[in-house]
Design a protein around this ligand. Structure first.
Ligand code: GSH
Length: 214
């Protein structure tokens, strides 16, 4: 039995998007929970077993999987299909690399980028030697995406995969952070078209209603 702990308009939204893409909505029990939100709304929901009260969280027969990239990997391994790359399949290394790159580099950088936009004290954060050495900066993320997209419509080739869904997600939430390059803009648009946004929006609207947050 697979259970996804989810809250609308959070990082868990992309996991629902993935399940929709894989046509697996009926194979996972999706439990909608409250989370602490930036505007002060919500809070730790006792119904959510995540140790820090976060979403997404996946539970499979008692096995607990947290962190979006781990959940995506778990689901694509579990269900198979073209959204992921199985062990032994061509592209598995690239698939794992993109998933890890998102969690290790892209998201931390997005947070730093957001902080430096929001708080002048962080304005020169990307000039800090230690950040440059470990994470590099937004320019390098842009170059990485541009290199990958130079000869293909999606990060792994001709087809939209779970790495597109994950890597594009911050730019869909926060378009000003989108790396400014025509290949990246076209890819963001293509990813939007690959997803059934109407179905996802309808699911989110119903979940918001369930939680009493409009
Ligand atoms: N790195 C985690 C981040 C999860 C996360 O921070 N989720 C937010 C919602 S977008 C959350 O649950 N926040 C509630 C809290 O921090 O208490 C992942 O990608 O799964």
């Amino acid at each position: 039995m697979l259970t996804l702990y989810y809250s609308p308009q959070t990082r868990a939204t992309r996991i629902v998007g993935l399940l929709m893409h894989m046509n697996r909505m009926d194979d996972v029990d999706i439990k909608t929970v409250h989370v602490a939100r930036r505007d002060g709304a919500g809070g730790h929901d006792p119904a959510n077993p995540h140790p820090e009260g976060k979403v997404p969280l996946l539970v499979h027969d008692g096995e607990v999987i947290r962190e979006s990239n781990a959940i995506i990997l778990y689901l694509t391994d579990h269900f198979g299909g073209s959204m992921g790359r199985a062990v032994g399949e061509k592209g598995r290394g690239e698939y794992l690399s993109w998933l890890a790159y998102y969690g290790n580099i892209v998201e931390p950088l997005m947070i730093l980028q957001y902080l430096s936009m929001d708080k002048p004290a962080y304005a020169n954060v990307f000039d800090e030697v230690d950040i440059k050495a470990s994470l590099r900066g937004p320019e390098e993320v842009k170059n990485t995406l541009v290199r990958a997209l130079a000869d293909r419509p999606f990060l792994m080739g001709d087809q939209f995969t779970a790495v597109d869904l994950l890597l594009v997600s911050p730019y869909q939430w926060f378009p000003p952070a989108t790396p400014d390059h025509p290949l990246v803009h076209d890819w963001v648009k293509r990813c939007g078209e690959a997803a059934d946004i109407d179905a996802l929006m309808a699911f989110e609207a119903a979940a918001m209603k369930d939680l009493g947050v409009e």
